[in-house]
Design a protein around this ligand. Structure first.
Ligand code: NAD
Ligand code: UDP
Length: 311
């Protein structure tokens, strides 16, 4: 059993990860500044004596004796990471330096939650890990995309220079219950609009694609990676089934039985045209691949939002 730190542990993915680590019998320290996370996400775990909750911002140093660090603290929705872009860069860069400094000092294994955004608006499709990406360094998404790229650089430099046991996962669009009502990402936005009978707003014509991974599948991949020795990655974790945003909207309308309209608005700046992971490396090294289809995952997610959305 390990002593584990999960930064961003009160966020969407962090809360599912915390839950799974506790279920496996680990001691979990959940650290969060509650910018986009919420105590409610882990409220059902609070009676577990194996869980500790710390309010802290990873931009400030901290030292905790742990065996594993999952560095997941960072707003992930474009709406939230663009709200204070300088802070997003600080979280990715200074936050990761602080976590790596701690990992070095206490000799912990550390995993960085990186992202498919390191590929930018990709020219190679689907994206393998050895593709270096096509990222605008000065655009509205750069605080996140470039921030995460520097975080990856830091992970590898601490590994080479200080022998830190680093691990990098590149997460592709992940969805599920516990996404916040104001999260702003496409799956929760569409489900909430459909349940309220409001229009589903598509930015552009809806021809852009994404590949959506259900959160339980992702957590399986995260844990497989953390338990794998002598493998830094980066490794893609995502569902390779690719859909247009229009197809997603239509599925949401079907499963919510909603009469909502689909409305197209102006395309967002630097919005990647297509995105789909090549997961050969994850299959080979981690024996991992997702098992939950978009149809299944959407129905589970809709069930959750039906309970929390006020109609
Ligand atoms: P989220 O916004 O729900 O969770 C992020 C958590 O980090 C929140 O609880 C937030 O309060 C906390 N946080 C933010 N800045 C912090 C700081 N400076 N100090 C301490 N805590 C801070 O997002 P998520 O979807 O759960 O994403 C978790 C991680 O996975 C992020 O690093 C994100 O970049 C990465 N990721 C997510 C996706 C996805 O599709 N969900 C895709 C790629 C990468
Ligand atoms: N999108 C949309 N309507 C919304 C939210 C997002 O059409 O209400 C589009 C967005 O422009 C992008 C895709 O859906 O093309 C995925 O957006 P999201 O913010 O979920 O994540 P991204 O992959 O862009 O980081």
């Amino acid at each position: 059993m390990k002593r584990v730190l999960v930064t961003g542990g009160a966020g969407f993915i962090g809360s599912f990860l915390t839950e799974r680590l506790l279920a496996e019998g680990h001691e979990v320290i959940c650290l969060d500044n509650f910018f986009t996370g919420s105590k409610k996400n882990i409220a059902h775990l609070r009676s577990d004596p194996q869980l500790e909750l710390i309010r802290h911002d990873i931009v400030e140093p901290i030292l905790i004796e742990v065996d594993w660090i999952f560095n997941f603290a960072c707003p992930a929705s474009p709406v939230h990471y663009q709200y204070n872009p300088v802070k997003t860069v600080k979280t990715c860069v200074m936050g990761t330096i602080n976590m790596l400094g701690m990992a070095k000092r206490v000799k912990a294994r550390i995993m960085q939650a990186s992202t498919s955004e390191v590929y930018g608006d990709p020219e190679i499709h689907p994206q393998p890990e050895n593709y270096w990406g096509h990222v605008n360094p000065i655009g509205v998404r750069s605080c996140y995309d470039e921030g995460k790229r520097v975080a990856e650089t830091l992970m590898m430099d601490y590994h080479r220079q200080n022998q830190v046991d680093s691990k990098i996962i590149r997460i592709f669009n992940t969805y599920g219950p516990r996404m916040r009502l104001n999260d702003g990402r496409v799956v929760s936005n569409f489900i909430i609009a459909a349940l309220k009978g409001e229009p589903l707003v598509i930015y552009g014509e809806g021809e852009q694609t994404r590949s959506f991974c259900y959160v339980d599948d992702l957590v399986n991949g995260i844990l497989a990676m953390m338990k794998k020795d002598n493998f830094t990655g980066p490794v893609n974790l995502g569902n390779p089934d690719e859909f247009t945003i229009m197809e997603l909207a239509e599925k949401v309308l079907k499963y919510t039985k909603s009469q909502s309209q689909i409305v197209c608005k102006e395309k967002r700046d630097d919005d990647p045209v297509r995105r789909r992971p090549n997961i050969s490396l994850a299959k080979k090294e981690l024996q991992w691949s997702p098992t939950i289809s978009l149809d299944e995952g959407l129905q589970r997610t809709i069930e959750y939002f039906q309970k929390v959305v006020e109609i």
